[in-house]
Design a protein around this ligand. Structure first.
Ligand code: AMP
Ligand code: MG
Length: 351
């Protein structure tokens, strides 16, 4: 009898201690999720760790700080100052100067496909107000005269020198740069696992808390063509860690002309018109948000063939191109991490 009571006590001890062990080892850390709207985008920061809530708040403050210097509409921003003065030399912050220098690098290396000086053209089409119109050709030609971004210079003490009339818009790299700043801030605050979703721009820090990779989707870029998929379900997923996955798509913002023709928000700097090609979306997977954001826009402007050629000359990133005729083209090193969730009409893997 004494022996069996003793055995029972030991059993109870083991059950209690192993249960306690189980809960302390396998309890999932809670995600801290912060959402806010900045840079005209609904943003989500999801991070894990004891200091996650405080770190998320710092990220929100940082993004709002960046918006206050890069916005085209906030009247005290560097960009607003540049766009609303007749002076040719304007003092700006070192950070804006850095972004302009980055812009000059991409303008040169993409043969002008990436051009942050298209703002007057984009405004003429009504994309800044939503009051859309198709401008006459003469007007576009006249506006294109002030879009030579190579004419911009940055001095050592962060002054921009530019031809009067040249106006800027960081819509194609601002969110990527903001994501880089946010990731840096999370790291400084000892966060090891986080996911940022800045409206089509996904940036992840580390792995998920359980050590597995993050699975990130590419939205259906032709929601109007597939019945039941109007809500942009993913057509592709990719497993990533410590990386950015940044998509530019014609479906994100566009208007339809009188005959139903779609005019998208990504512009061809040679014509001053919305890009017209067979691409539905371009996704870049790489280490830097700024790089990925600049390239997703640039490769979209280049179109299928030039984009693939560009990647062959600069293979330091991965890409997924989805076309309007429902083909998918992607760089070979994604083969292990990509899952196709849609029956594409053709799958082309580029080596
Ligand atoms: P994204 O969504 O990153 O491709 O950026 C698109 C935004 O960048 C547009 O809404 C415009 O504000 C701006 N943009 C449009 N065309 C270009 C271009 N060719 N180069 C740089 N920025 C552009
Ligand atoms: Mg971009």
């Amino acid at each position: 009898m004494r022996k069996s009571v003793f055995s029972l006590l030991i059993l109870v001890f083991f059950i209690i201690s192993s249960t306690a062990g189980l809960t302390s080892c396998s309890r999932k850390p809670d995600a801290q999720i912060t959402t806010f709207t900045s840079m005209n985008t609904y943003m989500t920061v999801k991070s894990y760790g004891k200091k996650a809530a405080a770190a998320n708040k710092l990220v929100q403050d940082e993004i709002e700080r960046l918006e206050s210097i890069l916005s085209t509409t906030i009247e005290s921003s560097d960009v607003w100052k540049i766009n609303n003065t007749n002076a040719s030399e304007i003092q700006i912050s070192a950070e804006t100067a850095f972004l302009i220098e980055q812009g000059l690098y991409f303008y040169k290396n993409t043969d002008g496909a990436f051009n942050p000086a298209l703002y007057p053209v984009i405004r003429e089409w009504g994309f800044t107000t939503g009051d859309y119109k198709i401008p006459p050709e003469e007007k576009l030609l006249q506006l294109l005269d002030s879009t030579d971004f190579s004419a911009v210079k940055i001095t050592d003490n962060s002054k921009i020198i530019r031809p009067v009339g040249l106006e800027l818009d960081f819509g194609a790299i601002g969110k990527g740069y903001a994501g880089d700043c946010a990731i840096e801030l999370l790291k400084q605050n000892k966060i090891e696992s986080a996911l940022l979703d800045f409206g089509g721009n996904i940036q992840v820090l580390g792995c998920k808390p359980d050590g597995s990779y993050w699975t990130v989707g590419i939205k259906n870029p032709w929601p109007d063509k597939i019945k039941g998929q109007e809500d942009l379900l993913p057509v592709v997923s990719i497993k990533i860690k410590n990386a950015c996955m940044i998509t530019s798509g014609g479906y994100e913002r566009y208007f339809s002309g009188p005959d139903g023709h779609k005019f998208i928000h990504i512009f061809d700097s040679k014509t001053g018109c919305p890009v017209e090609n067979n691409l539905a979306s371009v996704t870049i997977i790489c280490q830097s948000g700024l790089y990925g954001d600049a390239l997703s826009t640039s490769l979209f402007v280049m179109g299928e063939e030039k984009a693939i050629d560009f990647w062959r000359q600069n293979p330091d990133f991965d890409f997924v191109i989805i076309t309007n005729d429902q083909r998918i083209i992607y760089s070979a090193s994604l083969d292990k991490s990509i899952s196709l969730l849609f029956d594409f009409t053709s799958v082309q893997i580029i080596e």
